[in-house]
Structure formats: structure tokens, C-alpha cells
Write a protein that binds this ligand. Structure first.
Ligand SMILES: [Zn+2]
Length: 417
């Protein structure tokens, strides 16, 4: 058997990777060219079965844990060594694409197939993981397969979640035959890698093939409620109103300007607006808005929140309205492992790909994995930054590039003492 010293010249088979992606895309294929393979549905079962067949053909031993997470293991020279873990998810949004998640799983499989083809033995075992329910479309919260495994989400609570059509998470896991017996908990991991389409427009617009993902930005969700005084739209002069809609409008406009001035990473989104009593000729009594605040740096995110709170206070004092801002979700910023990130960057450099350091704007299973194992991610561009969309697309060349970077990063980590 070859030691992967010569491993630096090994390349993955881009065509084989593309064929597998297209074969998997037939499972739950939609008329518009996307995929509907929601977590623990029949389509998810067929997709999982297909993966297990491929992994078994590649000589892997399969184990399934109590959350339905699938681990396909290729042994290494030293069985006592911690595992190198590669993977992502196979479930999709109801109108999802062919690449989100699937690419990360099948790239892992392609790495194993490549190692098999050149008879290369790694020092560490390499495992490909399929995390359950990353998308959160059928069962909330999202990423509960990796979340329970990492000890962040309670397993009993995850089991009890019901989907819109009735059955519980555990019942569906059992029904599709993926209620495994292994404990959903971490084991020694040397490094964990996830390749993924970027799901944003940066790599494409910068003309880069590889995103070296250094972390995931922090995200906070708030409910903003502003109360005023309902009044007649015709008889109440503008200066005598206590109109919560005016307050919210000012807040949205001013905070957007303020955050734009901080840096290009600062993001705020008011995605949902409700007014009461929802009458066109009454000044509203109450306006509720959702707020989504994001930044890669914790201190900056704190600063953004305090700017928002100050602005709300000033604005409401001036207009005679009353506001509350409740934080309902706080996902801290994640910085990936230096060693793992550097192995990705070095691989991209060595392979002569155009690369860029990037912070993920979206959540991924790697957020949870990184709490218990050294982790990094690799991004490749997707057309127009489009994702969670049936038209999601990526080129075979870029997908192969990301998979080659993955292979080289795995071999580098495997060689480290
Ligand atoms: Zn994904």
C-alpha cells in the first residue's frame, strides 16, 4: 500500500463526483429541476439507502446513531487514531437544489473512492457522515442531528418534535429504518471538514473558485414590538400622532445607515412586519417586527445591538411610543480551527486555485461539530449566489476543485504527528 507521501499528486475524479451528484438528484427530483428530499421522508430514506449502498461498495463499515446520523468508515493504518470526519447533509428544502449539503456528503465519498482507486492507506480512519435534518424544513430546529450529537440540543426534545403532517421525529426516524442504536455523541476526532456551495454571491463576483472558510458569523434574532395610540387617519394631525409605524420606519431606515457605516460584514434584516388592528384608515396601535442581526465578530455584534437599542429608545421617546426588543435566539460567532483552516488554505494554494478567505453567512452542521472537534469548511461558488432554490447550480469544475482541496486537506492532517 502507498503511504500518502505521494498523496499530494492524487486527484479526485470530477466526473464520478458529478455523476453521483446527478444520480442523487433523481431522488425527490422536482419538475423544475430541483430536489424535494425533506428530512425523514420516503425520499430521504431512498437517498440514505443509495448513500449506504455506495459507501458499502467502497468497502466502508456503516453505523447509524440514535439521531439517524450515518457514519461510513474507511479504516486507517492505526485503528487507535482519532477519526478524520468529512460530511454534510442529504436532506433538502421543499423546493431545494441539487447541491446544498449533498455536495459535502458525496465529496466525502469521492475522497474515499479516490483513496481506494490508488490503494492509499491513511494513518487515521476516515469517516463520511450524513447529518440528519440540517434544513429544519420538516422538523425544527434546523441542524438537530449534529446539534444533539454535539450535546447542544436535548435528544428527548428533538425526538418529541412533530412535523406539520403529524408524526414525531422519533416515529419518522423509526419508520424510515434509520433509528440507530449507537449513542448520538462525539468520539475522538482529529479533524472535521465540510465542503459546501457558498449559498451567497461573493466567490462568483470575486472570480474565485475556493472559499477558505475561517468561521461562521454570529446571528441574533429579536422580536421588536412598538406600541402607540390608535387614531383616526383623517382627523388626527401628523404632529399629534403617536404612530408606532412611523417609529418602526425611522428605526429601520436609521439603523440600516448606521450599520452600513460600520463595515461590509454588518447585516440587519427586518423580514416580518405586522400591524394592529390592520386597518387602512386607522393609525396602528401596535407594530411588531422581526429583526435578524449578524456579524462575524462578537464585540461588533454587541455594539450593533447597543446601537439598535439606543436608536429605539431615542426614536420612541421622541414620538411618544413604547418599544420592547426581545432576543429570542443567539447563535455565537464561530472561529474554525487554525490548523484545519490552514490545511485548506495550503491545499488551495498548492493546487493553484483562485481562493479567498471567507466567513459563512449561513449556519451549517459544522457550527455544532466545531464545538467538539477541530473543524473547517470549504466553499465553492454557486451561480448567482442562489440556494434554497430549485435553480441552484454549480459547475463541475468548481465542484471538483473543492473536492480536490478537501482530499489534500485530509491527507495533510493525516500526515501530522
Ligand atoms: Zn446545507
Amino acid at each position: 500500500m502507498n503511504a500518502p507521501l505521494g498523496g499530494l499528486s492524487i486527484r479526485i475524479d470530477g466526473e464520478r463526483l458529478w455523476r453521483s451528484l446527478m444520480d442523487m438528484a433523481e431522488v425527490g427530483a422536482t419538475a423544475s429541476g430541483g430536489c424535494n428530499r425533506q428530512a425523514l421522508s420516503d425520499e430521504d430514506r431512498i437517498g440514505r439507502d443509495l448513500f449506504c449502498t455506495w459507501a458499502t461498495e467502497a468497502g466502508c463499515e456503516i453505523r447509524v446513531d440514535e439521531m439517524g446520523n450515518i457514519f461510513a468508515r474507511r479504516p486507517g493504518r492505526d485503528p487507535s487514531r482519532a477519526v478524520i470526519l468529512i460530511g454534510s447533509h442529504l436532506d433538502t428544502q421543499p423546493t431545494g437544489g441539487k447541491f446544498d449539503g449533498v455536495y459535502g456528503v458525496l465529496s466525502g465519498l469521492e475522497v474515499l473512492r479516490t483513496l481506494n482507486a490508488c490503494d492509499a492507506e491513511t494513518n487515521s480512519p476516515v469517516e463520511v457522515v450524513v447529518w440528519t435534518n440540517e434544513e429544519g424544513a420538516r422538523f425544527t430546529p434546523a441542524m438537530n442531528g449534529s446539534g444533539v450529537w454535539a450535546g447542544v440540543i436535548d435528544q428527548a426534545e428533538a425526538y418529541a418534535q412533530r412535523c406539520v403532517d403529524g408524526p414525531s421525529f422519533r416515529e419518522e426516524l423509526n419508520r424510515i429504518g434509520y433509528l440507530g442504536s449507537h449513542s448520538a455523541s462525539p468520539f475522538p476526532i482529529r479533524a472535521a471538514f465540510e465542503v459546501h456551495i457558498e449559498q451567497g454571491p461573493v466567490l462568483e463576483s470575486e472570480g474565485k473558485q475556493i472559499g477558505v472558510v475561517t468561521g461562521v458569523q454570529g446571528m441574533r434574532w429579536y422580536d421588536l414590538t412598538v406600541d402607540g395610540v390608535p387614531a383616526h387617519a383623517g382627523t388626527t394631525p401628523m404632529t399629534m400622532r403617536r404612530d408606532p409605524m412611523q417609529s418602526v420606519a425611522q428605526i429601520i431606515s436609521k439603523i440600516s445607515d448606521q450599520l452600513e457605516a460600520i463595515d461590509s460584514d454588518a447585516r440587519i434584516t427586518f423580514g416580518v412586519l405586522h400591524s394592529e388592528p390592520m386597518s387602512r384608515n386607522t393609525v396602528p396601535q401596535r407594530v411588531r417586527a422581526s429583526v435578524d442581526l449578524r456579524h462575524p465578530n462578537l464585540a461588533t455584534l454587541d455594539h450593533m445591538e447597543s446601537l439598535l437599542r439606543d436608536l429605539i429608545n431615542d426614536e420612541c421617546k421622541q414620538r411618544g411610543t413604547i418599544a420592547t426588543l426581545d432576543c429570542i435566539w443567539d447563535s455565537p460567532a464561530i472561529t474554525f480551527d487554525d490548523n484545519c483552516v490552514e490545511s485548506v488554505r495550503a491545499a488551495a494554494k498548492r493546487l493553484n486555485y483562485r481562493f479567498l478567505d471567507i466567513v459563512s453567512g449561513a449556519g451549517h452542521d459544522s457550527v455544532y461539530v466545531s464545538q467538539v472537534a477541530p473543524t473547517a469548511m470549504i466553499f465553492v461558488p454557486c451561480a448567482g449566489g442562489l440556494s434554497h432554490n430549485e435553480a441552484e447550480s454549480a459547475t463541475a469544475d468548481d465542484l471538483a476543485a473543492g473536492c480536490n482541496v478537501l482530499l489534500q486537506a485530509v491527507l495533510t492532517i493525516d500526515e501530522l504527528e
